[in-house]
Ligand binder design. Sequence first.
Ligand code: SF4
Length: 582
Amino acid sequence: MVWKLIERQQRWLEGEKGTVRKDWGGKVSIGLAFPNRYSVGMSNLGFQYVYSALNRFETVVCERVFYPEPEDMALIGQSAGRLLSVESQRPLGDFDLVAFSVPYENDYTNLVEMLRFAGIAPRAADRAETRPLVAGGGVALFINPEPVADYLDFIFAGEAEELLPEFLDFWKQLEHRSSNRFDILKDLAKSVKGIYVPSLYEPVFKEDGTLDSIHPLAPDLPERITVRRADLSKTEPCRTSVFTANTEFSNVMLLEIGRGCGRGCRFCAAGFVYRPVRYHRADDLLQTGPGDSATNRIGLVSAAVSDHPDIHDLCSSLLDRGNSLSFSSLRADSLDSQILSALESSEHHAVAIAPEAGSERLRRVINKNLSQDQIYRAAELLAQKSILNIKLYFMIGLPTENAEDLEAIVETAKGIRHHVLSSSRGKTRLATVTLSINSFVPKPFTPFQWVPFAGVVELREKAKWIRKALSRIPNVRVHFDLPKWAYVQALLSRGDRRVSFFIDKVAQEHFNWAPAMRSSALNPDFWVMRERGREEKFPWEVLDPGIERNYLWEEYQRALQEKQSPECLPGPACRRCGVCGP
Ligand code: SF4
C-alpha cells in the first residue's frame, strides 16, 4: 500500500517545474517540513525560498515533506516511517536534519503529528539518537517559540538569509567531530547567534502562574536570543522557485519586493518584528528572472506593496516588459493613477483594501491612519477603472471597541457600496462588496501584547449583529472567521511551555480542541483572556527582536488615548523603537 503514497509524490513531481533533485552522496540531508498540506506549503513564499536557498549550497540536499492529504492519513498513521519526502520519497526520519517551516501557530499540532508519523519522538527530551535533529523556523516561531519549545531541538530566530550560511558553516565543522546530541546543541547555541536551544533554557513560574524568568542553564549562553534580520540590499529577492498547478497562485510568480512595514499598525506583529522596513532595489527585482515559470504574471509581495519607494518605476518597467501584475496588499491611501493603471492593464477585477476598523476613532486606536474619505475615494477610483469587486478586511474585538464602532463597520460597507455603484457606469449588477471580518488576536511584540482576547461568546454576538445589519443590503456579502479558532490562535501565540499540554492532547491523543481544553486543570483563559500588568514578563521575551518594551508600552498608552503615531522611516537619526540602535 505504500506505493500509493509514492505515487502521490510522483504525481506532484510530474506537475512541477523548478524542482531540485540532488544526489545524496556526502551531503547534509535536510527534510524541509511544512506542517500543512502540499497546496498550502507550495503557496508559501517563505517555504519556497528556504527550499531553493538550502539547495543552492553544494553541501546540502534539501527535500520537501508535507502534512498528509486527508485520504492518506489512515495509511500514514498505520505505522511509523511512512511520511515521505516529495523528491526521493525517503522517510522523514532518514534525514540528518528535519527543519520545520512554520508560518502559522494553528499548525503546531500538525508539526507534532508529523513527528509521530515519522517515528521521531515528538518531545525533544525523549530523543536519544544523534540524528535527525529537529529544528523550526518561520515567523510564528520568532514571534513566540515557547508553546512548541519542548518539541524542537533548536529554533532559527530570524530570517533565513542571515542564519543559514552561519548554521551550515557550523554543520560542516560538525562532520569532523563525533559529538552526541547534547554537545552538538550546546555548541550550536554558543556558536551561532540567533539559534535558540530551548532545552538549555529553563522557565520559572511564580505561585500565581505568571512567568518569573527564562534563564540559560550554562553561564556562556546569551540571556536573550537576538532575532536576526537580513540586509535585503545584499540578498537575492525571494521568488517562487517551484511552479505547480496545485497552489493558490498557480499562474503567478510571487516576488518579494520588501519586508516589514513602517506604518506601525498596533495590532500587527509583522509591523514590529520585521523592523526596520527594508526593500529590495528595483534594479535587483527587475533582474530576477522568471526561472522555470510558464507565466508572465508577477505577484508583488510585501506587507505594503505600494510603499516601495520605486513602486511606480518598478510597475511600469514590468508592464513594459510584457508582465501582468498582482499585488499582495494595497493601502487605500496609496491608490494613485499609476497604481490604478497597473491594476487596470493587468485586468484586475477585484481588489482588497483593509480599513481594519469601521470608525475613524478606532482606526486612531490601532494607528491605521486612514480616513473615511480616503477609503471611499479608493472605492470610487477602483470602480472608475471597472474594478467593481471590493474586498474589505475588518477586525472585531479590538481594544476599546464599542457599539458605535460596530455600527461604523456597517455604515462603511454601505458607504463603499454607494460609492462603487455610483462610479460603476451602469454596471451595478457586477458590483460586489465583500467584508471579511476576523477576530482580533493580541500578538506578542506589539503594543497590544498586554490586552486580553475579547472572548468567543462576545465575538459571536458581535458577528451576529453585523450579519443581521447587512443581511438585506444588495451587493454586500459578509464572511466571518470562527471565533473559536481565534481563541486557539490566541492560546498558541501567547502561551508558554505549559501550553504544550493542550498541543499533546490534540496532536497525540486525538482530542478536539474543546475537550482538550476541558481535560486540564490548567485553564486556557489564563493565557488568552487575562489582561497583563505592565511589568509582567512574557515568555516570548526570551527572544530579542530589538524593540524596546517601553516603546511598546507607550504605544499602548497612546492607543488608549486615541493618539496616532508617525510611521517608521528608517534613517540614521531615528531611535524611536530601539531597533536601529539605543
Ligand atoms: S528605530 Fe526608528 S527607523 Fe528604526 S525601526 Fe524603529 S521607528 Fe523605524
